[in-house]
Each structure stands twice: as C-alpha cells, then as structure tokens.
Design a protein. Structure first.
Length: 250
C-alpha cells in the first residue's frame, strides 16, 4: 500500500519570514492521516522550515543538491549539508534544472546516488516536452530518463524513490494532462521500473503527477490507481490551497 505524497515545490519564491508565516498557517491543517505532505523550499528558508516542522508530520525538502560531498563548486549545496539541516527530501532533475542549468540524465543519476549516500529521499522528475509529445515520444523520453536516473541503485533504494511525472508543456501553463493520460504514462513508468528490478519494487515506488495540479483537480488524479500524489508548483504557494491539496489526496 503506497502512501500518497503531496509535495509543494516553491521554486524561487518566499523569503524566510514568508516561509515561516506559511508554515504557521498550514501547521495542523496540512497534516492529514494517510497522506504525506512535503514542502520543497529554497535553500535559504530550509533551516527555519525544518525547525518549524519539528513535531509535525510535514516533511521538508530541498529543490536541488550537488553530487559531490564538498569541493570547489561555487554556489552549490551538497547532500551532507542538507542532511545536516534535517532535510528529508530533495527534488532532482526538475525540467527547469534540465532546461536552464543543463542537467543531463547522467548528472541526475549522480545526484540521485548522492541523495542516497546522505540519507535523503529523491523526488526524481521525468517528463516530455511538447514537441516530444506531438512526435509521440512521451513514453520513450520517460523510459530513457527513468532508466538513467535509477542506474546503479539497489532494489531497496529504488523502492524508496519518488518519481514525479511532469509533462513540461503542463508546468505553470494551466494546461494539465488529463488524469487518464497521466495514468497511462505513469503506469508505463511503473512498468519501466519493473523491467529494471521486479514487480514488488515497482509496486513500492510512489509516482506523482505534476503540471498545473490545483485543489479542484487533485482528487481526479488521486483517483487513478497508479498515481500516488502530486508535485505542485503554483498552487502550493498559498496556505489555503496547499491544505486543500493535501486534503484532496486522502
Ligand atoms: O514542480 C512542480 C511543477 O513544475 C508543476 O508546477 P505547476 O504546478 O505550477 O504547474
């Protein structure tokens, strides 16, 4: 039985005081039995959020990690540093990082391995561009990205990975994938994991849909048998909306 997971990806939004105020508003409300709520926030807000989340069921995540433990990598943050803060999750391979920061499948895999090395749970993003969808390459793209991300992981590690299927054309556009289309691709991705490992491992992996998920459509996605939650950008920024997303995942 996979526990639904709603993760807010704040992207490059919120100061420390805004993050702290947000958390005070959602504390106790975005804590719903049977649903895991996660806030993936900017690095600068993580210490305050980890502190605020103590004693709650809300987990805190980062949005990126470097694959090395330390070194001359100006501006980067390592897994050691995130673990030291008490961060639990880390988003890896978001399409914005692939597009704007040239993250390749190989880099994504190195980051996934670094996350496990330091006891962080990766939320690995995969998904196709609009032109790839139009060329009927969606499943192929997701297969290549998933296989690359899982390279070198044991079955036990693989079972812990959270995958976020995010069709790039649906991110921040208000054009969400239909729940049936998302289910079709996500079931396919689960099959890819089964091919790499076995059915038990694939059945343990939680796979989220992401791309214009809102309080009014989250339950539609959650009604699909292979969709285990959502990775949410815009609609995770307001406390009321985040609470509704978590409630909608019940
Ligand atoms: O990580 C989240 C996704 O990029 C989705 O963003 P969105 O909910 O604003 O479309």
């Amino acid at each position: 039985m996979r526990k639904p997971i709603i993760a807010g990806n704040w992207k490059m939004f919120k100061t420390v005081s805004e993050a702290t105020a947000f958390f005070a508003d959602v504390k106790g409300k975005a804590e719903v039995d049977g649903v895991e709520a996660v806030i993936c926030a900017p690095f600068t807000t993580l210490p305050a959020l980890v502190e605020a989340a103590k004693g709650t069921s809300i987990a805190i995540g980062a949005q990126n990690v470097h694959f090395e433990d330390n070194g001359a990598y100006t501006g980067e943050i390592s897994g050691i540093m995130l673990k030291d803060l008490g961060v639990k999750y880390v988003i890896i391979g978001h399409s914005e990082r692939r597009a704007y920061f040239a993250e390749t499948d190989e880099v994504v895999n190195k980051k996934v391995q670094a996350a496990f090395k330091h006891g962080l749970t990766p939320i690995v993003c995969v998904g196709e561009k609009l032109e790839e969808r139009e060329a009927e390459q969606t499943k192929n793209v997701c297969k290549v990205q998933t296989e690359a991300a899982f390279q070198g992981l044991s079955a036990a590690q693989a079972a812990e990975v959270v995958i976020a299927y995010e069709p790039i054309w649906a991110i921040g556009t208000g054009k969400s994938s239909t729940s049936a289309d998302a289910e079709d691709v996500i079931a396919f991705i689960r099959g890819v994991v089964a091919g790499l490992y076995d059915a038990a491992t694939a059945n343990a992996v939680r796979i989220q849909y992401g791309g214009s998920v809102k309080p009014n459509n989250v339950s539609e996605y959650m009604g699909q048998s292979n969709i285990d939650g959502a990775l949410v950008g815009g609609a995770s920024l307001e406390p009321a909306s985040f609470i509704q997303l978590v409630e909608g995942a019940k």
